[in-house]
Design a protein around this ligand. Structure first.
Ligand SMILES: Nc1ncnc2c1ncn2[C@@H]1O[C@H](COP(=O)(O)OP(=O)(O)O)[C@@H](O)[C@H]1O
Ligand SMILES: [Mg+2]
Length: 269
């Protein structure tokens, strides 16, 4: 699709292949990454770079950011799913790897804390969708995680900010899975990256094992955030009794694997 390598800096290269119509840099991102929407020919693409080498304000320095992007590329190469933007590969540049993806239209569902209750936000409009439509979107997220789990990937930093929803086309996109890790591992951060609304207890505990049981917990929390008010309050939750029972079990007694959670969820649905 794109050449595997360029001698140009990422932005110069991207300007040479098309028109940059969107830029996600330090004004909106705290990752240190800089990403671009580029129109080239009759296609639109999303390109992601590790940003400026001298930018050391983010948690990861340039080297760490490049490593995360390499993990993201590996994940995108190993799992194909309708909820994931098509991955077009990596372009090596003097400014590090440039990941190329399909551009996905839609609204970012990230809820900024001060506006989380505002009904006009994409986050609240998504939560207010008819139950069927919301369940269809949620099933996409759960199904994607079945594929990720089968390929050996363990959840990291999944939250509403990982989702884009196209309200007109009813299409959900999951992106920014850069913090997922290949295979089970031990918590090496203490409080890991993520929004506490979605996180499992082991993601707050240094040395704790993190594996597909963690993925199951985070997906159940995702269900409770979108179908309910984030609590286990039965009357707040739009799920059926059977579905609610699965979400409840997943965040209390827990399921022994992601597959066990996902099988139970499908059984209940
Ligand atoms: N494939 C895509 N198509 C369109 N927009 C995207 C795509 N992937 C990400 N975005 C948008 O770009 C923003 C930055 O991308 P993200 O992967 O979250 O980068 P960062 O590592 O800086 O958090 C996202 O918040 C989202 O709005
Ligand atoms: Mg992000």
């Amino acid at each position: 699709m794109f050449p595997p390598q360029t001698d140009e800096q990422p932005e110069t290269y991207l300007e040479s292949i098309g028109t940059i119509f969107a830029r996600f840099g330090a004004d909106t991102q705290d990752s240190g990454n800089i990403s671009y929407g580029v129109a080239a020919g009759d296609q639109r693409y999303f390109f992601k770079t590790a940003g400026i080498p001298s930018d050391t304000a983010p948690y990861f320095d340039f080297e760490g950011r490049q490593q995360l992007l390499r993990t993201a590329a590996r994940l995108a190469e190993s799992v194909v799913h309708p909820a994931l933007p098509t991955f077009h590969g990596v372009i090596e540049s003097p400014g590090g790897p440039v990941l190329s993806y399909e551009w996905r239209d839609g609204e970012h569902l990230r809820a900024v804390r001060d506006h989380r209750e505002d009904p006009t936000t994409a986050y609240q409009r998504f939560r207010a969708l008819p139950t069927d439509e919301l369940l269809t979107a949620l099933d996409q997220v759960f199904d994607l995680h079945a594929g990720l789990t089968a390929a050996g990937w363990v959840e990291g930093d999944f939250y509403d900010g990982s989702l884009i929803y196209d309200f007109a086309r009813r299409r959900l996109t999951v992106m920014d899975l850069d913090s997922y890790r290949f295979g089970p591992y031990r918590n090496d951060m203490g409080r890991m990256f993520g929004s506490s609304r979605f996180m499992a207890p082991e993601q707050f505990s240094l040395g704790a094992p993190i594996d597909d049981r963690t993925t199951a917990f985070v997906m159940a929390r995702t269900g409770l955030v979108f179908l309910s008010d984030g609590t286990l309050n039965r009357s707040s939750c739009r799920a059926t009794d059977a579905q609610y029972a699965v979400l409840q079990e997943a965040v209390t007694t827990r399921y022994p694997s992601y597959t066990a959670f996902y099988d139970a969820w499908r059984e209940a649905s």
